[in-house]
Design a protein. Structure first.
Lengths: 72, 336, 358
């Protein structure tokens, strides 16, 4: 129940990633989410990546939302 | 870089004080009114109403992307005079320096002041320097006061807003506060974000040339856009409605705000203004603003209403609404 | 911003509202448990665009709001010790304790620092080995793994001057307490999206299985919230009760196993006191034996006896039993500049939200 924002991984060094959030870069710990690659998106909370963002699911959710909105 | 530091003696009025003036201040800031170095500056009087303003600057860190405390000090006072329709003319410059402050850094700041004063077309005509013991001040505090004559034919005030008026904003919100924040311990993010610190008098002049019936102008500094609009709504006893999708905020500022739990509508700006104009003048005024380097990203963001007096209402991105209150107690970044 | 802006689309929002309007046939009350949902709902003005028969009640998911006075008093007492540095998330600064607040103590010169990550507390401890650095560990399951990581690192690196004031809470037990109380009628739950990225959906099954209510794990952008509400309305109209995930892009049924393992390496479940809800079994943590030395409650410190304003209704407000409007202090004495209880301090607090929204 806390603030979390998605960011794109641009660099990884050991367990710290440089993550791009809307054009600014921040160092994020990968201790809780070690299995990420450059180019993937992660959800950030208090300086940690807590989960990968599943791009396919995101797309599917959006598609569903668009269909729902149009289906009136 | 030399190792020379400011000593207590530099503020005592004796030889070192005079050296400081001769070697650092005069070379950069000299002008006929300042040069006599009398206790007071003598200024020839003029017809009309005089505007008079003062501000103190305690920003930390004193150097930040896009500016420094010196530039901020000049712009802040120039802008306050401009917001009331005055042509900024003369500034005072008072420094309170912490013992041990680097003389090189002081030179850099004076150089900054010189550069932006020239850009704004103002002169520093009187000043003062005090030095306090190590720990009694945080590096450097600056106070500036400024005067300028209000141009005839304009009447700008927070009490003038009327239902039906339109509200314009000159550009992106939050750049200054975020640029400063990015330099502070614990934030550590890299970005290209620069403070928007800039003198607005030239933009204001062109806006008033095009639309002398502008009701009010304000620069949304501490407390941000929301606080400024609340002040006007209260002073004019009107309602204000803002369209969230029209308010320009850079993506990086939005990103950092989301991450830290801050609201861009409450972030400080040092080179932006809002203008309230009568209905049907807003499109022309917008064109004039967009024609100017400091107004390229200007938008018409809202209007003044009869209903909901003294309240500022935001129409949200998704068509809902909420009340935008004044900033209370400072924004602390949140995690939750 | 990718994965954010697309979920704020106005046209889709309008379409979703229509869909909800068409699907909903009778009045229902939905509880949005999580404080961050409270903020998002308020920020986008969602209450105002939902059909009137759908009522949203704010729940106790505001960690600041449910922190007992005693914990804040302890933090304040610690801050008054000369060799202590308090590190905290910004949320806690203005919360009133029995007689003071961290903000007031900071103004009095105490060393209280706002940080943005538990790892910063670690850094400060390393930089100030001569001091005791105390981190106010407040938050839910989203934050607990990050706290566990800091503790594990501190132990690994042999740091002895870093302590944690453990005031963490777990969400599912609080939901049991709410469901068992007969005082508030909840027809469905909007479940916290980020807590659920950590704990998954298993901990919520009792809501549907034992209490027969639908529950949807929901994201925080406006379209997420609207879709979550629609999913709940649909279940209610179809007389179903299951736990569903709306926030599929980051929530999986199994949660984040690595994060969970970190928590349980350091902590075990324990009962915990929630402001307003009282003592709830298993709703917090205690340090495991090998990490006990980092528990700040081991330090000797005199704390004043806790005092709450007798007329403060935060407790009932947190449970959704009363609204801030029913509180005699609301707006008259208690307002953001002079908060009496945490519900007025926290930007997620129901009282604060009502104050701004009215």
């Amino acid at each position: 129940m806390c603030l979390g924002i998605p960011g794109r991984v641009v660099e990884i060094e050991k367990n710290v990633a440089k993550v791009d959030v809307g054009g600014f870069l921040r160092d994020i710990s990968l201790d809780l989410c070690p299995d990420v690659s450059i180019g993937e998106y992660v959800l950030i909370h208090t300086g940690f990546a807590i989960q990968k963002v599943d791009e396919k699911e995101a797309e599917e959710t959006l598609d569903l939302l668009i269909k729902m909105a149009e289906g009136i | 870089m030399s190792e020379e530091k400011i000593l207590l003696a530099h503020g005592s009025g004796g030889k070192l004080s005079h050296d400081l003036i001769k070697q650092i201040f005069l070379p950069q800031l000299a002008n006929p009114i300042l040069e006599p170095l009398d206790d007071s500056a003598e200024i020839m009087n003029r017809e009309g109403h005089l505007a008079f303003t003062t501000d103190s600057y305690v920003v930390n860190p004193i150097f930040f992307p896009g500016g420094d405390i010196g530039k901020l000090a000049v712009c802040g006072t120039v802008n306050d005079l401009s917001m009331i329709g005055a042509t900024p003319s003369y500034l005072s410059l008072s420094l309170i320096v912490e013992e041990g402050f680097s003389i090189d850094l002081l030179k850099q700041i004076i150089s900054s002041i010189h550069e932006v004063a020239e850009q704004a077309g103002v002169n520093i005509v009187t000043g003062d320097t005090k030095v306090v013991e190590h720990g009694a001040a945080d590096q450097l505090f600056i106070n500036t006061a400024g005067i300028g004559w209000i141009r005839s034919g304009v009447n700008l005030s927070g009490v003038n807003a009327k239902p039906g008026d339109k509200i314009l904003l000159s550009g992106h919100l939050g750049d200054h506060e975020m640029a400063v924040l990015s330099q502070r311990e614990g934030f550590k993010f890299q970005s290209e974000l620069k403070s928007d610190c800039a003198p607005l008098n030239d933009l204001v002049r062109k806006m008033l040339d095009a639309c002398p019936s502008i009701r009010c102008m304000r620069d949304p500094t501490r407390g941000g856009l929301a606080t400024t609009l609340n002040e006007i709504a209260s002073m004019s006893n009107v309602g204000i409605v803002i369209e969230e999708e029209k308010v320009p905020v850079r993506e990086s500022v939005r990103g950092i705000s989301e991450l830290l739990g801050l609201d861009p509508l409450y972030l400080a700006n040092e080179g932006k203004l809002i203008a309230i104009c009568p209905p049907n003048e807003e499109e022309h005024l917008l064109d004039v603003m967009r024609d100017h380097p400091l107004g390229r990203d200007a938008e018409i963001i809202g209007k003044v209403t009869e209903e909901n007096r003294k309240k500022v209402i935001l129409h949200t991105l998704i068509g809902g609404h909420r009340i935008l209150d004044m900033l209370t107690g400072g924004q602390y970044p949140r995690i939750c | 911003m990718k994965f954010v802006d697309e979920f704020r689309d106005k046209e889709i929002a309008e379409g979703l509202i229509q869909r909800i309007r068409k699907t909903s046939t009778h009045p229902i009350q939905l509880m949005e448990v999580c404080g961050t949902h409270t903020v998002s709902i308020f920020r986008y003005g969602i209450r105002g665009i939902l059909p009137e028969q759908i009522q949203l009640i704010s729940g106790p998911g505001c960690p600041v709001c449910v922190t007992p006075n005693g914990d804040i008093d302890l933090a304040i007492a610690l801050s008054r010790q000369k060799d202590v540095i308090i590190t905290t998330f910004g949320d806690m600064m203005r919360v009133p304790g029995s007689t003071s607040s961290l903000q007031k103590e900071k103004a009095d010169g105490r060393d209280i620092r706002i940080i943005y990550s538990s790892l910063e507390a670690l850094k400060i401890a390393k930089e100030h080995l001569e001091k005791k650095v105390v981190f106010l560990a407040i938050g839910f399951e989203t934050t607990s793994p990050t706290i566990a990581v800091a503790i594990l690192r501190a132990k690994e690196e042999g740091l002895h001057n870093l302590f944690f004031l453990n005031s963490q809470k777990r969400v599912p037990p609080a939901l049991i307490a709410l469901l068992q109380s007969k005082q508030v009628r909840i027809d469905g739950f909007i479940l916290p999206g980020h807590v659920s990225t950590i704990i998954g959906t298993a901990p919520y099954q009792f809501i549907a299985k034992e209490f027969g209510r639908p529950a949807v794990v929901t994201g925080f952008e406006p379209l997420d919230i609207l879709q979550g509400i629609w999913m709940l309305v649909k279940q209610i109209e179809e007389n179903r009760a299951t736990v569903e995930i709306q926030y599929r892009r980051v929530v999986h049924e199994e949660g984040n196993p690595i994060a969970l393992s970190k928590i349980y390496e350091v902590f075990e479940k324990d009962e915990s006191r929630w402001r307003g809800l009282g003592l709830i079994p298993d709703s917090g943590y205690r340090f495991k034996e090998s990490y006990k030395e980092m528990d700040v409650r081991n330090l000797e410190v005199e704390v004043e006896p806790p005092k709450e304003h007798p007329e403060c209704l935060c407790g009932e407000v947190l449970q959704g039993i009363k609204s801030p409007l029913e509180c005699r202090l609301f707006k008259k004495i208690c307002h953001p500049e002079n908060p009496i209880g945490p519900c007025m301090v926290s930007i997620e607090g129901t009282c604060f939200t009502y104050f701004k929204f009215q």
